[in-house]
Write a protein that binds this ligand. Structure first.
Ligand code: HEC
Ligand code: HEC
Length: 294
């Protein structure tokens, strides 16, 4: 009897090990190859990077860090993690990556070395990036000045520090938003939805999280445990108070219809991302947020 339970334990442990080590591989192989006909354009990529907020997260502005060289700390309830160096440096940045490595990292959160990334890197939103945009982003990052800086290891207690466990997190939370629900009548993701749900990853802050950092409840209805523990307002039902122009203007000047000014994390979003978007794109975001049916 005892031997049987021991055997059972060993089988279970083997199963768990297989599961966590095999899962990154499944995540990786589940990502379709970018067709060779898709050629990146650095100028377009720069705009996509702006709409996606790469700069704010990958630049340690507080300590005068070089653009995109990483090291910005993110305090989470599980410890502190640091963003990576994504400059064109071949050794410590991503200069040596293929465009497919880049797509896999952005859309499934798995590194070329087949390790899971922590979900502070918003790959659950970027999962629906179009191949053209991935290729454009890659071309842009090839033009970003190389900075030699090693990535800082996360400062987290075990088991959170173990990237294998991120496999479990992904299994629980990552498939939450099917691409299909974003696709409009034309078969494409409408521009406003793409800017909000995919590039702008607005739901990363504006959607409620569980204690484990997973998404819960209706998307974009607000979050009581936002970045740095602050409250983040919902983006649904703005219609009573905000016109489309109010929203489009807020995304550039940070002023609410009450005449208040934006503070906290949203001010970084405005400074580095939405404030630099075209008027048409800010209107598309506003129209998407105000659309009647959800
Ligand atoms: C909300 C903050 C945030 C945003 C926005 C963000 N990242 Fe990151 N990114 C991170 C963090 C944190 C890591 C490190 C994750 C880890 O160590 O597991 C990371 C890791 C990466 C990596 C892996 C690098 C390596 O050396 O393995 C790449 C590539 C990357 N990000 C590219 C991008 C690009 C391109 C964008 C914009 C389209 C972007 N990121 C937007 C936070 C962010
Ligand atoms: C890094 C976290 C974060 C991200 C990403 C983010 N927001 Fe915010 N947002 C906030 C916070 C925090 C506030 C509250 C700001 C304040 O208190 O002044 C806010 C406020 C707002 C408001 C004002 C709502 C109100 O009722 O006052 C709008 C509109 C808004 N965000 C839109 C967006 C859009 C659109 C995106 C995506 C393009 C986005 N946000 C992405 C954190 C974020």
């Amino acid at each position: 009897m005892q031997r049987l339970s021991k055997m059972f334990l060993v089988v279970c442990m083997l199963g768990v090990a297989l599961y966590f080590f095999v899962l990154p591989e499944i995540g990786r192989s589940g990502v379709s190859a970018i067709p060779v006909s898709v050629v990146g354009d650095a100028k377009r990529g720069e705009y996509i990077a702006t709409a996606s907020g790469c700069y704010a997260c990958h630049t340690d502005t507080k300590n005068k860090g070089k653009p995109f060289s990483g090291g910005r700390p993110f305090k989470t309830p599980f410890g502190t993690i640091y963003s990576s160096n994504i400059t064109s440096d071949r050794e410590t940045g991503i200069g040596g990556w293929t465009v497919q490595d880049f797509k896999v990292a952005l859309t499934s959160g798995v590194s070329p070395k087949r390790r899971h990334y922590f979900p502070v890197f918003p790959y659950t939103s970027y999962a629906h990036l179009r191949d053209q945009d991935v290729a454009d982003l890659k071309s842009y990052f090839e033009t970003v000045k190389a900075v030699t800086t090693l990535d800082r290891a996360p400062n987290m207690p075990w088991p959170f520090s173990d990237r294998s466990f991120v496999g479990l997190w992904k299994w629980l939370y990552a498939p939450r938003r099917e691409g299909a629900t974003l696709v409009g009548a034309s078969g494409e993701i409408p521009r406003g939805a793409y800017l909000v749900e995919v590039l702008g990853h607005c739901g990363e802050c504006h959607t409620q999280r569980t204690a484990l950092g997973g998404y819960t409840g209706e998307p974009l209805t607000g979050n009581t445990i936002g970045p740095n523990g602050g409250k983040v307002p919902g983006l649904r039902g703005l219609g009573g108070k905000w016109s489309a122009d109010d929203i489009a203007n807020y995304l550039v000047d940070g002023m609410t219809p009450d005449g208040d000014f934006v503070g906290g994390e949203m001010s970084h979003v405005i400074d580095h991302s939405t404030g630099k978007l075209s008027e048409a794109d800010r209107q598309a975001i506003a129209d998407y947020l105000l659309r009647p049916s959800r």
